[in-house]
Design a protein around this ligand. Structure first.
Ligand code: ZN
Length: 695
């Protein structure tokens, strides 16, 4: 939207700005951070036409506007909330607000409509609308200055030192309003001395010192840059000469409110694939010996397969080992696969099994420490830092979810809000009051929350930037919808299973095309679920895992039933950890229909691609008296889609399914919001053909 190109400015012979380049895209919040006298005000004056630059250009929407008059700038949609507020002390709040729209020559009705919008955003101003502005507190004057700028309905809002001279609590209020404006779509240039505040409220930032841009980039990264942190703290001088360059450049008096943040690194220290493989072989050899010595169950299985610990000489020797299945866990109830004496076990967890006996897993203290570390690694990969507030809306109790999300969060140093699932009203209240930045739940729960946020119209009042969800497949359209209704939050699919620690064994990276899994803690094989032979890289098959350092209940070639595939080659995110696709389904929940194997995810994919359909659907299977199978698909229309389009949409669904998975289905469309939403996993497949044999 705004582009500043090679801008320079002089006061007489003294040069104040040197070749400034800067861009602001529509919808972005950009921070311009610098100390007093760094040139921030000069840059703003040039932008507003209050000072003539001595070189360079400023363009708005690709039109050159260098030197345009201040009144004309307001008409072009650029408004300023100035440093020191500059409210007119003898005029009332109401009259001050009127001044903001003068250059636009609005009619009375429009003026009063805009005034109402400003009052809605700043209820304190409404309460004091007849009061003289000079009698307002500093925070209220700041609100008035911002409200006055908003009267012009600017496309680009310039905020000059909004935090100056305010108490921290008032500053919180002001920055909460800035974030709301940003989420509402206003493009903002935030000019600040307070680096920590400005960086945490913006998308990208420019650091200005002595009239030059000395650093620029993603605000979150700048905030966590150790050198910059040192510079902000003024600790740059002796030990760290690189930082003193910035210190000398005038950044040292920028205040950072928190002491140096401890950012631990949970990523493995491997430099190449060979180092990882050496580590894996050592782990495999240790695990096989540990199972053989510690577990009579495993020893019997090894002996039956004719394999002993000494036979494991390479990673390929993994093939010699027998498989472990859910049945081994059930028959060993209540302490299956246990390979250490009871005095070393400090905790058990159990899966939320629906039929038969639960799967119970034993943990030593080292197992728990390992689990917490890999969970913290997941948060790290999702970009969660000590500055985040993490609302944990997954189940607490004997299953692994809540505990894992909670302890991993505390390990990375973020603030945990352990609320658990359900309780929508409290969830919403906490999102608003605590301004949680990360929301963790199942995909179904995230969707439920997204719809609730939408219904209550509060997307611009919450502050969720990331959603970490797991334990359930999710279609592309469901992900898109959750992200949109949450005001543009970024989604991260986290994987895991109770048998292998719990959630946190891998996570989607910022590229969002894959799951990185923690190959230094377990080996992953992709096998054909029927023949149990390894499949080539890239082919879909069953994920089979072998733990490398698990003590309490180690896993040897455990059949997870999860269907995925290996993604080869390096990831553009830069991580060296290997990758697999997002989990596509379970080998035991493929639908066998008229001789065709159907993964429910392929139905997801097809429905997601038909515009006009919602994200919710159900698949019902039944068998008629002639032993013929039928599939009925019930799909929601998207919100606001006219019932008159039903025939057309049904035709498209039937046609696409026939074309892509070669089966005929009966399709029924229902209104948006008809199908049940669940906080847990939503049941989508209802197979009434077989009387229950699913375990
Ligand atoms: Zn990646």
């Amino acid at each position: 939207m705004l582009k500043i190109n090679n801008l320079s400015a002089h006061y007489g012979a003294a040069q104040a700005l040197y070749g400034i380049d800067m861009t602001i895209a529509a919808g972005e919040t950009v921070a311009l951070v610098g100390a007093n006298g760094a040139g921030k005000s000069t840059l703003l004056k040039c932008l507003l036409g209050l000072q003539k630059p001595s070189g360079g250009t400023i363009s708005l929407d690709e039109k050159d506007i260098t030197g345009t008059s201040p009144a004309r700038m307001v008409q072009l949609g650029v408004a300023l909330s100035p440093e020191g507020r500059e409210v007119f002390g003898n005029l009332s709040v109401f009259e001050n607000l009127q001044l903001g729209a003068i250059p636009l020559k609005l009619g009375k009705a429009e003026e009063s409509r805009r005034m109402d919008e400003v009052y809605e955003r700043f209820p304190k101003l409404k309460a004091r609308k007849k009061q003289q502005a000079g009698t307002l507190s500093g925070g209220e004057q700041q609100m008035l200055a911002m409200g006055r700028a908003l009267m012009a309905k600017p496309r680009l809002l310039l905020l000059d030192e909004p935090s100056l001279g305010l108490a921290p609590r008032i500053m919180d209020d002001i920055f909460a309003i800035i974030r709301q404006l940003a989420r509402g779509g206003t493009t903002i240039l935030l000019v600040e001395q307070n680096a920590a505040r400005a960086l945490s409220a913006s998308d990208k930032a420019y650091l200005l010192a002595n009239g030059r841009i000395v650093q620029q980039g993603n605000s979150g990264e700048l905030l966590n840059d150790p050198m910059l942190r040192a510079a902000f703290l003024g600790a740059a001088s002796d030990e760290n000469p690189a930082a003193s360059r910035l210190g000398a450049a005038g950044l040292t008096n920028i205040r950072l409110e928190k002491p140096a943040m401890h950012t631990p690194d949970f990523m493995p220290a491997f430099h190449n694939e060979q180092e990882l493989k050496d580590h894996q072989l050592r782990g495999l050899q240790w695990t096989v010996a540990h199972c053989y010595e510690g577990s009579s169950h495993y020893r019997k299985k090894f002996e039956a397969a004719g394999v002993a610990p000494g036979d494991i000489q390479s990673l390929e020797d993994l093939q010699k080992l027998p498989f472990t299945t859910a049945d081994d866990l059930r028959t060993g109830y209540p302490f299956p696969l246990r390979a250490v004496p009871f005095e070393q076990i400090v905790r058990v967890h159990a899966s939320s099994g629906t039929t038969g006996k639960r799967k119970v897993l034993s943990y030593t203290q080292k197992d728990l420490d390992d689990w917490i570390s890999i969970f913290a690694r997941c948060y790290q990969m999702a970009g969660v830092t000590a500055l985040d507030r993490v609302q944990v809306a997954v189940g607490y109790g004997v299953w692994t979810a809540g505990m894992g999300f909670q302890l991993g969060c505390e390990k990375i140093g973020a603030l945990a809000v352990p609320i658990g699932p359900g309780n929508i009203d409290m969830q919403i209240q906490f999102l608003l009051d605590f301004q949680s930045t990360v929301f963790c739940s199942t995909a179904s729960m995230a969707l439920l929350m997204a719809e609730e946020i939408h219904q209550r119209g509060i997307a611009d009042k919450i502050n969720v930037k990331k959603i970490i969800y797991g334990s359930e497949r999710s279609s592309r359209s469901m992900r898109r919808k959750i992200s949109d209704l949450f005001g543009g939050a970024e989604l991260f699919d986290i994987t895991g299973l109770t048998e292998l620690y719990g959630p946190g064994t891998g996570i989607e990276c910022s590229d969002h095309d894959c799951i990185h899994y923690w190959a230094d803690y377990y080996l992953l094989e992709i096998l054909d679920p029927d023949t149990l032979k390894p499949l080539p890289e890239g082919e879909w098959g069953e994920m089979v895992v072998t733990s490398l350092c698990k003590e309490g209940a180690p896993l040897i070639r455990y059949r997870t039933r999860d269907i995925t595939r290996i993604i080869g080659g390096p990831c553009s995110c830069g991580s060296i950890m290997p990758r697999h696709s997002r989990i596509r389904g379970r080998s035991d929940d493929t639908i066998k229909f008229r001789g065709v194997n159907i993964y429910p995810s392929s139905i997801d994919t097809i429905l997601s691609a038909v515009p006009g359909l919602g994200s919710e659907y159900q698949i019902h299977m039944h068998r008629d008296s002639a032993e013929r199978d039928h599939m009925n698909l019930i799909v929601e229309r998207a919100e606001g889609v006219d019932g008159g389009r039903t025939a057309e949409l049904i035709h498209e669904v039937v046609h696409q399914i026939k074309k892509q998975i070669l089966v005929s289905v009966n399709t029924e469309l229902v209104d948006y919001g008809t199908l049940p939403r669940s906080e847990r996993k939503s049941q989508r497949v209802f197979d009434k053909r077989i009387t229950d044999e699913i375990v």
